[in-house]
Ligand binder design. Sequence first.
Ligand code: COA
Length: 434
Amino acid sequence: MTTESRSHIRWFRNTAPYINAHRGKTFVLMLGGEAARDPNFPNIIHDIALLNSLGIRLVILHGTRPQIAERLAAAGVEDRYHNGVRVTGADAMVHVKDAAGALRVQIEALLSMGLPNSPMQGSRMRVCSGNFITAQPAGIVDGVDYHFTGRVRRVDADAINTHLEGGSIVLLSPLGYSPTGEVFNLSLEDIAVHASAAIGADKLLLFGAEAGISDDDGALIRQCAVGEVKDLAVGDAGQAALLATARRACQAGVPRCQIISYRDDCALLEELFTHDGSGTLVANDSYEQSRTASIDDIGGILELIEPLEQSGVLLKRSRELLETEIRQFRLLERDGRIIACAALYPFHDEACGELACIVSHPDYRGANRGQRLLEELEQEARRQGLTAVFVLTTQTAHWFIEQGFEERSRDDLPGERQALYNLQRNSKVFFKTL
Ligand SMILES: CC(C)(COP(=O)(O)OP(=O)(O)OC[C@H]1O[C@@H](n2cnc3c(N)ncnc32)[C@H](O)[C@@H]1OP(=O)(O)O)[C@@H](O)C(=O)NCCC(=O)NCCS
């Protein structure tokens, strides 16, 4: 077998935990009209087929903005906006329905493909669309009548869930129907937020032109808590809009929103089946903020770690030592209380770092908070250019093994750390390559 085949097989094996984690979960995919006309769109459809065959319940929501603009221009109908929202007169509405209908049919056709020797072979997907969204008119704002531009009034979550239960993919267009029998032009983002929350989606995947959200220096932000979103300065209007939608969805109760690229043919699978993902994750942990510790947190950290120092699980740290090392600590705070902490001590010469003092409060165990902090510190270690992390432990060996650590000899520790090794504690040494 070639080395390449072996590495494919190894990669496939490593996806098992993700496949297990995603099975039976509900994902909403928001694909704007730009995504639908991108050359990569057929690849996204192929990946959707794969997700469907892995038992993921899928709702696809497509947009039509550029398609509508094109139709209006061709027909010589004025494309009017007020406060960034399209004003849909009766003459424009004809083209809105046209654009939505045409794209819906095109997506249904793509999802029906099944040619031999294509990724769709044998996929046999069932697609349902219908009157799942009830709309109301946006009305008159600042004296401007929005006519057939509407707002989401209700989502028929039961109907959507019944179709998902039956194994179908639900396809939503940015249109809604009113009890008066009219059709309204809705914003894609509004439907994404309302529908994901109403059906209890586990994830909302938002497709944008870029890989995700980037910071001032253009570096990709891998993840952020919903509470941190408002502090991010995002220059690009498209990225800012996606981030705002992710934030709204999280606030409406969707646990995770992930912003990824529709141009990159690997982005969707990389996001779902690799540790680091490809884009930006916005997580709904509005009650729990993760942050670097400051001097004011020392009392809270001591309260958390003292019982474990007394039982010998952790090495004793004095208040003075904590004060000098406080910036190495990361913590989780809930309602003003520190409920978990962990520290990273880099050894730059050896390109590795020690993880220490990983503790979650006994009242808050059972939700993998320790794991969350561990992952964040591993990410920080990577950011600092470290290639491995290690821990010394006496009673928590199995937990670290389950987090991907391997036992090594004490001699593998950086020299400086070996000199400090406490023989009496006889701790085991575990390493994890990043
Ligand atoms: C290790 C620790 C930080 C994990 O915190 P957490 O992510 O909140 O952990 P949870 O309570 O959600 O437990 C996650 C899993 O790890 C297991 N686990 C916890 N401590 C363990 C240990 N010492 N050995 C083996 N498994 C352990 C739990 O049983 C649970 O498994 P399950 O999901 O199969 O039931 C937490 O258990 C802790 O604070 N322990 C005491 C301090 C400690 O030992 N720190 C390490 C110092 S080197």
